[in-house]
Ligand binder design. Structure first.
Ligand code: BGC
Length: 412
């Protein structure tokens, strides 16, 4: 019998747990003031609405950029999983905070490993399949100080940590994501100068991507050695490159797809049991640079283009691997567009399924409002609203619409 399509939401440790100590924590403390000041300048042109500025954590406040206790998901994971279960989720994607389990090089903290065992147990008790990400952008301080991803031994470090985690969880965890969005990480940290260590160097960006491929391949082997029945993939950021017309535009589209979307998939063939995709928007190739129509945008100004998910799923058919949508979501503080966003994207997913794409699950980004990296807390991606003052969780109406979609998926 075919396994049921999995439905759930995703989070990442640094964005929700609170109390982390890693390269990002250090960077935030150094950069919060600068980010708030830069936001002030951009304000002249930014599409921020007064309702965003009325929130306690808004783009112009320094506090917005410090992750601090975040959603305190580290202590409240059971409560959060109760909510996910009440919303009919059957799976959940989360990441292990590497800096917690290996705070010093080669010294693994059993107490923290036990914490994540509890997290997995809590999911299983609620009938949710865990999807575990090993590395979602943040690095232990010792590793960042040794050059992070650029250190020649980075692949070995990730593989050692992955092997230890796979051995600790055993059969309890089947699905593993080794690396989250190597393209975003490499380009933001080493080319755009946005994420730590804030370099602008094409060679380093390229090297970072290569290192991620190597790290994935080695980690794949380490996880398999500990758990031969594990299913292992990555979560790739997928843009739908939409070429308008003309040979030149189509060449650019090809390059975009090959270099951005499928670089790792291509180079890690033989070390992938599934493909994970994070789909947020399209990039319309029109002349040298993509100009989107931007008729419908989210709070961050990203174009909403549901049809794009269909095209990226169809393009993956040639790899003959199961596909999981490991992220897809919208920054929408007022919850004005999320329900339609969900309905439309999932309708295109269904069409892709009918047209032969082997899609097996969908994780909405995110379960909770959370810390959106260099943008801080103000963008609200959560199915569940978090009041950062009281930490109270409130289920948004769109989360109930998602619940209804999940419950009627097989009947439709
Ligand atoms: C990342 C998340 C992030 C989300 C929204 C993805 O690129 O994996 O960490 O919060 O997009 O920007």
């Amino acid at each position: 019998m075919k396994d049921a399509f999995l439905f759930g939401a995703a989070t990442a440790s640094h964005q929700v747990e609170g109390g982390t100590h890693n390269d990002w924590t250090k960077w935030e403390n150094k950069n919060a003031e600068r980010l708030a000041a830069a936001a002030k300048k951009q304000h002249l042109v930014a599409p921020w609405e007064p309702y965003l500025l009325a929130k306690p954590l808004h783009p112009l406040r320094k506090e917005n950029y410090i992750s601090g206790r975040a959603c305190d998901h580290y202590s409240r994971f059971r409560e959060d999983f109760d909510i996910a279960k009440s919303l009919a989720h059957t799976a959940h994607r989360f990441s292990i905070e590497w800096s917690r389990v290996e705070p010093e090089e080669g010294r693994f903290n059993t107490k923290e490993i036990d914490h994540y065992k509890e997290v997995v147990r809590a999911l299983r008790e609620r009938g949710m399949e865990p999807f575990v990400t090993l590395w979602h952008y943040t690095l232990p301080v010792w590793l960042a100080e040794k050059g992070g991803v650029q250190n020649k031994d980075f692949p070995r470090y990730l593989a050692r940590y992955g092997g230890i985690m796979a051995a600790a969880f055993g059969e309890k965890v089947k699905f593993w994501v080794t690396v989250n969005e190597p393209q975003i990480y490499s380009s933001h940290a080493y080319l755009a100068g946005r994420y730590p260590p804030q370099k602008r160097n094409l060679f380093l960006a390229w090297r970072s991507l290569r290192q991620c491929v190597r790290a994935h391949r080695l980690t794949y082997r380490a996880i398999k050695a500990a758990n031969p029945s594990a299913m292992i993939g990555t979560a790739e950021n997928f843009t739908y490159f939409d070429a308008v017309t003309g040979i030149a535009n189509n060449i650019l589209k090809f390059i975009g797809e090959r270099l951005w979307n499928t670089y790792l998939i291509h180079h890690a063939r033989g070390s992938l049991d599934f493909i994970g995709i994070n789909y947020y928007f399209r990039s319309r190739i029109h002349g040298w640079y993509g100009r989107n129509e931007n008729i419908r945008v989210n709070d961050l100004g990203w174009e909403i283009f549901p049809e794009g998910i269909y095209h990226v799923l169809m393009a993956l058919k040639k790899y003959n691997l199961p596909v999981y949508i490991t992220e897809n979501g919208i920054a929408d503080a007022r919850d004005a567009q999320r329900e339609t966003f969900l309905r439309e994207h999932l309708a295109w997913v269904r069409k892709a399924l009918r047209d032969g794409a082997d899609v097996r699950g969908y994780f909405h980004w995110s379960l909770l409002d959370n810390f959106e990296w260099d943008k801080g807390f103000w963008p609200c991606f959560g199915l569940v609203h978090v009041d950062y003052g009281t930490l109270k969780r409130t289920v948004r109406p769109s989360a109930l619409a998602y619940k209804e979609i999940i419950e009627t998926w097989d009947k439709a």
